[in-house]
Design a protein around this ligand. Structure first.
Ligand code: THU
Length: 160
């Protein structure tokens, strides 16, 4: 099987080619610092660039009733879609830090967030380029659809 999950990897320090990634990294890092994560102390920030240039950020919001909390990716995408329902998300960068600082390895979204990202792409009919950021490496993925094969999609609800 020829399945390649990671479209390509880049080192931010080596490139100023991707100014979008750098700009989103700055915004997502700021957002991670505002996360409400007193239980895991794992602070995640996400920054979404919309097709009109708007940037929306979000972070994880935890709760003493643990499952009631929500990941940074879904906070961000749901807010973007609630505030700007007709404006596509073109790029989404995700970063995370612990009390020791930014994660060395890029952070990878959970399955539930992948599910939401995939449906967001379908809804807007255009891909979301995903950047998974680590301290000095960023994995770039051309489309959320690449993050999860055989996802549950709206058509899955139809008995065919
Ligand atoms: N979390 C995110 O916000 N995004 C991810 O991609 C991974 C996990 C959050 C959920 C929880 O608040 C904390 O990180 C630890 O799992």
């Amino acid at each position: 099987m020829d399945y390649k999950q990671i479209s390509f990897e880049m080192r931010l320090a080596d490139t100023d080619a991707d100014a979008t990634a750098q700009m989103l990294l700055d915004k997502a890092t700021e957002a991670a610092r505002r996360a409400y994560a007193p239980y895991s102390r794992f602070r995640v920030g996400a920054a979404a660039l919309l097709s009109d240039g708007t940037v929306v950020t979000g972070n994880n919001q935890e709760n003493a009733a643990y499952p009631s909390g929500l990941c940074a990716e879904r906070v961000t995408v749901f807010y973007a879609n609630s505030r700007y329902p007709d404006t596509a998300i073109t790029h989404l960068l995700i970063v995370a830090e612990t009390d020791e600082g930014l994660l060395r390895q890029p952070v990878t979204p959970c399955g539930a967030c992948r599910q939401v990202l995939i449906e967001t792409e379908k809804r807007q009919a255009s891909p979301i380029r995903i950047y998974l950021a680590g301290r000095d490496t960023v994995w770039c993925i051309a489309s959320a659809a690449e993050l999860m094969p055989l996802s549950f999609v709206p058509e899955s609800l139809v008995n065919q």
